[in-house]
Unconditional design. Structure first.
Length: 268
């Protein structure tokens, strides 16, 4: 069981930022990644739809004998984690609680900004989790819906992305925040642009680091950690294999090999 893979999923390429950290933090672990490229973005969809998609993906990942699952998508973590984790027979973790915990550790003035998809913002999950960790925090949210298509389009260093970021972030900067959570797994891919806009006085939090650490703790608690094995990485998508492959190659420190396209209808 210990050498079974970790299942990781997202609506598209964003979750690869979490995979990157899992590879660094837990180098012995094998990973099965699923990117729902046919149905991205999740951020503009309802709780019901995102929960249905998440359940299908979990069914698919289980056919790959995963020993634990990381929901590497803030929107799916916000909408579906609670429901899918409550009766699960393997550990399932999301990215919101690890991100919130890091933000609370990092902030000095207690004023924390969160940028995320519309769905994550509307769900209220970040405020709820942050306030539970530290009721004194002041939390300011901003939805940045155009960031996901810009990243998926590969315009990570484009002037258009800078302009969009400038427009979105001006607003949240008026609240004197000293910490900004990248509350969507696509956003670390435009981290440099975001940092340029908010300035060096604001610490950016990428929840992926703490998520990978939390995964390590969860594996230990459940006696599931792989040791000394050669990790195997497998990637699946629901559409456009070629596009996903070149993107994944550009951000992961390994050869991603063959990417398979899966029809999700069969996992209803
Ligand atoms: N990357 C995902 C997230 O963290 C979803 C982006 C989207 O599909 O809208 O929220």
């Amino acid at each position: 069981m210990n050498n079974s893979p970790i299942g990781v999923f997202d609506s598209g390429v964003g979750g690869l930022t979490v995979v990157r950290e899992i590879m660094r933090e837990l180098p012995d672990e094998s990973i099965v990644y699923f990117g729902d490229t046919a149905r991205v973005p999740y951020g503009s969809k309802s709780r019901e739809t995102v929960t249905t998609f998440s359940k299908q993906i979990i069914r698919f990942l289980k056919t790959k004998d995963v020993k634990a699952i990381v929901i590497a998508c803030n929107t799916a973590s916000a909408f579906a984690l609670h429901e899918v984790a409550k009766n699960a027979d393997i550990p399932i973790i999301g990215v919101i609680e690890p991100g919130a915990r890091t933000a609370n550790n990092v902030t000095e003035n207690g004023r924390v900004g969160i940028i995320a998809t519309e769905g994550t913002v509307k769900s209220g999950t970040y405020e709820k989790v942050l306030k539970k960790i530290n009721p004194n925090l002041k939390v300011f949210l901003k939805a940045c819906p155009l960031f996901v298509p810009l990243v998926e389009e590969g315009w990570r260093y484009d002037s258009v992305t800078y302009e969009v970021a400038d427009r979105y972030l001006n607003d949240i900067m008026t609240y004197d925040i000293d910490t900004l959570v990248l509350g969507c797994t696509h956003y670390p891919l435009i981290r440099r642009t975001i940092q340029k806009v908010v300035g060096d006085g604001v610490t950016l939090v990428n929840p992926a680091y703490e998520t990978a650490k939390k995964l390590g703790r969860v594996l230990d608690e459940n006696n599931l950690r792989a040791e000394g094995s050669v990790p195997v990485y497998r990637f699946y998508v629901s559409d456009s294999v070629k596009r996903f492959s070149s993107f994944a190659e550009s951000i992961l420190p390994c050869d991603i090999g063959h990417v398979e396209c899966v029809n999700m209808e069969q996992y209803n």
